[in-house]
Design a protein around this ligand. Structure first.
Ligand code: HEM
Ligand code: HEM
Ligand SMILES: [Fe+2]
Length: 464
């Protein structure tokens, strides 16, 4: 290990991949409950909360690990305060585990979620950010310590690069956007209005800025492309993400009681949101084409895959239902669910997996390593996810038609007309779990398998 600070990045990555496994296991239980609602001791609402909260937390941990790694690499020195970073990691991990235990307790006994000092003690009950107030405070504190440590590291080193500046900027934006989720307002309209600031301005604002910075960093590391070219495109991408994504929030304000001008704003700006994502795909391909000396092929492969599926999942599967004329039929159906899965997978799951395969070999000092299992994990996950999303899209089309056009009751559609879609979803879910299992196994054993002859992960000739 070149820097002691790399240990922090590793800790976050380890916690992230383990939580990913938990998230997917719980997702399978949720899928089972669509087929047989009472098959598990904890009911669907809590299982769903666990599934998506685990997702958000492990992705955040992955982003924190990535940031610590990038800052150490870019400043070429140790973190400003290593014990503080260790403390921040353990505080985050312990708070997460406590919140999860709280959800489980509530799942077993719903009455346990009591009001204390005007807040609910186990579960606040707003999708994605259900964590109770005390946990919100711990999360905010953790984020502040994290930002402070990284900023001090950069200041101390006096090496501020465009990549790490953008990355930290995205992280500050991310932290600020957590705050609107910490107030609840009696008016449902106002409450939803602010809730979307967290959810939308995270995934389509702050996190995409971070993705842009990490994409530039990863391409820089694996291809040795010129930094100034990568950074120039990164600025263009980040500008376009913010230009389209901030007002793109209007696509959530169509039907919640906000003024009608949001129909126009949402339609116009959110329709443009795929543009920066397409620029990222082009950027990844251009860099690969122009720089033929690749020192980590799996890292490059995953970076390009991330760019492509970010565009497909967020951009394409998002834009199909983003106009109010379409969204008035598809709002809150399985179409939304299909998009939610592919967008999170392409934009952020693959992003974290890519950075892991770039950072960890370097941290472990592996020059070349066997990547067979990494590719297998990727293909199991990706093919299963595509099939699952096509299934959900099919379920959504049936749902929209039967429920919204024919007026058939919601539960009848879900129980009867959508039944086989749920069976297939669970089936593909098992495929996805196999992929995650392989990924976790490979994470812990990376570099242990011998490199097969002729299967080098490094390509140093310009001819291939
Ligand atoms: C990486 C980026 C993205 C992620 C992770 C993501 C994820 C999600 C998720 C999870 C939801 C469901 C929220 C809920 O109601 O609980 C959602 C809703 C939505 N997303 Fe995205 N999304 C992304 C980007 C986009 C983009 C670029 C567009 C449009 C071009 C888009 C369009 C929509 C729309 C219109 C809805 C509302 C669906 C409805 O009315 O039910 N998303 N997104
Ligand atoms: C074995 C694989 C998985 C299975 C079986 C599964 C199953 C489910 C189920 C049953 C729901 C509840 C849907 C509803 O309320 O209608 C759900 C929601 C969700 N899952 Fe998964 N999931 C899996 C993997 C994943 C992965 C890998 C991600 C992230 C990339 C993810 C992200 C989400 C999101 C964002 C939601 C909320 C969607 C929404 O409200 O529209 N899931 N999942
Ligand atoms: Fe959105």
């Amino acid at each position: 290990m070149k820097y002691k600070s790399h240990r922090i990045a590793m800790n976050f990555f380890t916690f992230a991949v383990l939580l990913f496994l938990v998230q997917v296991l719980v997702g399978l239980i949720a899928a089972g409950q669509f087929i047989k609602p009472d098959f598990f001791i904890i009911s669907f609402n809590i299982i769903r909360t666990l599934h998506i909260n685990a997702l958000v937390v492990w992705l955040l941990c992955g982003l924190m690990g990535a940031t610590y790694y990038v800052v150490v690499e870019e400043t070429e020195g140790e973190l400003w305060n290593l014990p503080l970073a260790h403390f921040q990691f353990w505080a985050t991990a312990i708070a997460t585990i406590l919140v999860v235990i709280g959800y489980i307790v509530m799942g077993l006994n719903p009455q346990a979620n009591k009001w204390v000092f005007g807040t609910l003690i186990l579960n606040e009950g707003r999708t994605y950010i259900e964590a109770p107030r005390w946990a919100d405070c711990l999360i905010a504190l953790s984020a502040i310590l994290f930002l402070f440590n990284n900023v001090m590291t950069i200041i101390k080193s006096k090496k501020i690069t465009g990549i790490q500046g953008t990355l930290i900027g995205g992280m500050v934006f991310l932290t600020l956007m957590y705050l609107p989720g910490m107030v609840y307002i009696k008016s449902m309209v106002k409450d939803q209005f602010w809730w979307w600031w967290v959810v939308h301005l995270w995934v389509e604002g702050a996190w995409e800025v971070i993705a842009g910075a990490l994409l530039a960093f990863m391409l820089l590391k694996v291809t040795n492309a010129p930094r100034h070219v990568l950074e120039r495109w990164m600025y263009i991408e980040v500008f376009l993400v913010l230009f389209t994504g901030i007002l793109g929030i209007g696509h959530h304000y169509y039907w919640i009681g906000t003024p009608p001008y949001w129909l126009w704003i949402g339609a116009i700006f959110s329709s443009l949101e795929p543009v920066p994502l397409l620029v990222m795909v082009w950027d990844a391909f251009r860099t690969t084409r122009e720089n033929r000396i690749i020192n980590n092929r799996i890292g490059l492969f995953l970076s390009v895959a991330h760019a492509i599926f970010n565009f497909v999942g967020a951009g394409l599967w998002g834009v199909i239902h983003t106009l109010p004329q379409v969204n008035k039929w598809t709002h809150g159906t399985q179409i939304t669910n299909a998009h939610g899965h592919l967008a999170f997978y392409g934009a952020y799951v693959l992003l974290i997996v890519a950075i892991i395969y770039i950072a960890v070999p370097n941290i472990k000092g592996l020059k070349d390593f066997n990547t067979d299992r990494a590719y297998k994990a990727f293909w199991w996950m990706t093919v299963s996810m595509i099939l699952m999303v096509l299934t959900l899209t099919g379920a959504g089309m049936v749902q929209v038609y039967m429920e919204r056009l024919m007026g058939v009751d919601y539960v009848v559609v879900k129980e009867h007309y959508n039944y086989w879609f749920w069976v297939f979803r669970a089936f593909f879910g098992v495929g996805f779990l196999i992929g995650v299992g392989l990924l976790v196994l490979d994470y812990f054993t990376m570099g242990n398998l011998p490199v097969r002859k002729g299967a080098s992960n490094i390509r140093t000739t310009a001819s291939a």
